[in-house]
Design a protein around this ligand. Structure first.
Ligand code: NAG
Ligand code: NAG
Ligand code: NAG
Ligand code: NAG
Ligand code: NAG
Ligand code: NAG
Ligand code: NAG
Ligand code: NAG
Ligand code: NAG
Ligand code: NAG
Ligand code: NAG
Length: 269
């Protein structure tokens, strides 16, 4: 038998055996949410025995998990409901509007300006719902599609209006009259929303809205993983990303060195 053929599986096994275990950066869970790069589980109220270290993910992607299993971005008002790693988007809800049964009364603020959203963007796949309130004792202006969204729990009248696709920088141009105006993103509903007077839109707000992050803005984790590496946050590199390879080395992108160079070398022996 050709000795090369024996040598190859031997070295491959050796590489596997030497693969360092980095349990602290394994994907973690908070209730049914899987938290992995660029997200990582941090914060003071970790519901797990060993908190993951800051190098497991990007600082902006730190998720706190409350003892009752509610995930939030660094303990803020932004609750993380689900994460889609394939299209780099995640669904969040603002605690203030998601809490309680009177969410409609609590929509008197602009979600985007109330938060430090960077490096995230509010997805244009969201529907914008606009609210007019605090009309200073006057009637709200007459606008097509404006409905009275005041529910019994609201202490002051509030009026709702559908704004189409959410664009943080281009709020729907409506004349608010003497009212104050806010606009909030919600998940695009599966069936058309019929804005009707007296409807409680709270369930819609509980479902949250979509935030996006730049797919490869925090390193190409898929490529690193595919090359056998583990994704890490590395503050010392310009890319703020490192690929931890089975030899224990941190590389800038992928562990290609092992695959592309060592294996061709082997076949020459
Ligand atoms: C996670 O659990 C919540 C309820 O706790 C549920 O609404 C949601 O659909 C679950 N998500 C997945 C992906 O299973
Ligand atoms: C918190 O941790 C305990 C023990 O590991 C587990 O049984 C429980 O399901 C966790 N709670 C949530 C909400 O993840
Ligand atoms: C991401 O993918 C999920 C599941 O396929 C889908 O529901 C969601 O709309 C997508 N989000 C964006 C922003 O494309
Ligand atoms: C009014 O508030 C109470 C207590 O917060 C809540 O249980 C109830 O569902 C609310 N009613 C509506 C119509 O939202
Ligand atoms: C929300 O943003 C719009 C457009 O930028 C602005 O006209 C409005 O005053 C803001 N509302 C609040 C409550 O800050
Ligand atoms: C909207 O509904 C509330 C509560 O039913 C009511 O107090 C208010 O007068 C209504 N506004 C208008 C313009 O009809
Ligand atoms: C705003 O209120 C003033 C009185 O306070 C009234 O004269 C004016 O017509 C109102 N404007 C609109 C657009 O309702
Ligand atoms: C409503 O009245 C208050 C106090 O008079 C004033 O500060 C506010 O700007 C008014 N709002 C609008 C939309 O005119
Ligand atoms: C909204 O209205 C349309 C047409 O009037 C109707 O087909 C649809 O079922 C309504 N949707 C809901 C959620 O009520
Ligand atoms: C890397 O790939 C493995 C197997 O395909 C998968 O189980 C793991 O979750 C991936 N990790 C990341 C961070 O994508
Ligand atoms: C990351 O790097 C920046 C600038 O290079 C520095 O100001 C910051 O303190 C570093 N953060 C950590 C956690 O090391």
């Amino acid at each position: 038998m050709n000795p090369k053929l024996l040598f190859f599986p031997f070295l491959a096994t050796l590489l596997l055996l030497c693969h360092p275990a980095h349990a602290e950066c394994e994907p973690a869970t908070c209730s049914n949410l899987t938290v992995r790069y660029p997200f990582w589980l941090g914060g003071p109220n970790l519901n797990q025995s060993s908190p993951s270290s800051a190098s497991c993910g990007h600082p902006a992607f730190e998720v706190w998990c409350s003892p009752d299993g509610v995930a939030s971005l660094r303990g803020s008002q932004i609750l993380v409901l689900s994460i889609d790693y394939t299209n780099s988007s995640f669904v969040v809800a603002h605690k203030r509007v998601a809490d309680g049964g009177d969410g409609v009364c609590r929509t008197d603020f602009n979600i985007s300006s109330s938060l430090a959203l960077s490096p995230f963007t509010v997805s244009s796949s969201n529907l914008a719902i606009c609210f007019l309130y605090s009309c200073n004792g006057t009637e709200p202006p007459e606008i097509d599609g404006l409905v009275n969204a005041t529910i019994s729990n609201c202490s002051k009248p509030i009026y709702a209006y559908l704004g189409g696709s959410y664009d943080r920088d281009k709020p729907p141009a409506i004349k608010a009259g003497n009212c104050t105006y806010s606009y909030l993103p919600v998940l695009w509903p599966e069936s058309p929303v019929n804005l009707t007077a007296g409807t409680n839109y709270c369930p819609q707000f509980k479902k949250g809205f979509v935030l996006e992050w730049q797919k490869n803005g925090f390193g190409d984790c898929d490529a690193c993983n595919a090359s056998g590496g583990q994704c890490r946050y590395n503050n010392d590199s310009a890319a703020a990303f490192a690929c931890l390879c089975s030899d224990g080395e941190l590389r800038g992108t992928i562990c290609a060195g092992e695959l592309l160079f060592q294996f061709p070398l082997l076949s020459k022996t």
